[in-house]
Design a protein around this ligand. Structure first.
Ligand code: 523
Length: 137
């Protein structure tokens, strides 16, 4: 019997990098899937939405900052099969934004040196991105 493939969910995420080269990670709140794990902030791309527009919207909603599309630099893709869907998640890099980064929806925020990111428990989709960021930064 052929297995039904899992639906693909497209999520966009960002590594915000401050002037000291630290990376922002955000703690998923209670009541959400993967609560308590530290993620690269982002969220689902809505039907018909461009990925970059989705990321700009998510950063406004979740962190209260404004990012311009021209500041979103190249990305790598993360991919992970969760129980009921297959997550496909490009990670953007962003070094410039307007406003103060604020936890509007997360349980906490941390600015972390790339070599320390592996000290924080992350969703399985995010984990492989840590080594990539360590090599890049
Ligand atoms: N991830 C993930 N890593 C990561 C993000 C931003 C999201 O693994 N950096 C996963 C967690 C969820 C799914 O992507 O399974 C959607 O995340 P989110 O936060 O946009 O949506 P939730 O948790 O509110 O999910 P729904 O309740 O399904 O809307």
């Amino acid at each position: 019997m052929t297995e039904t493939p899992l639906p693909i969910v497209l999520v966009v995420a960002v590594a915000l990098i401050d002037v000291d080269g630290r990376v922002l990670i955000a703690k998923r709140p209670e009541g959400k899937k993967l609560a308590g794990l530290w993620e690269f902030p982002g969220g689902k791309v809505e039907p018909g939405e461009r990925p970059e527009a989705a990321l700009i919207r998510e950063l406004r909603e979740e962190l209260g900052i404004e990012v311009s599309e021209s500041c979103l630099a190249p990305f790598v893709f993360a991919s992970h099969a969760y129980d009921s869907f297959h997550l496909l998640m490009p990670l953007y890099l962003c070094r410039r934004w307007d406003g103060v980064v604020t936890a509007r929806e997360h349980a906490g925020l941390a600015w972390v040196r790339p070599e320390k990111l592996s000290d924080y428990p992350m969703p399985p989709a995010d984990e492989p991105l840590v080594a990539w960021l360590r090599d890049l930064l």
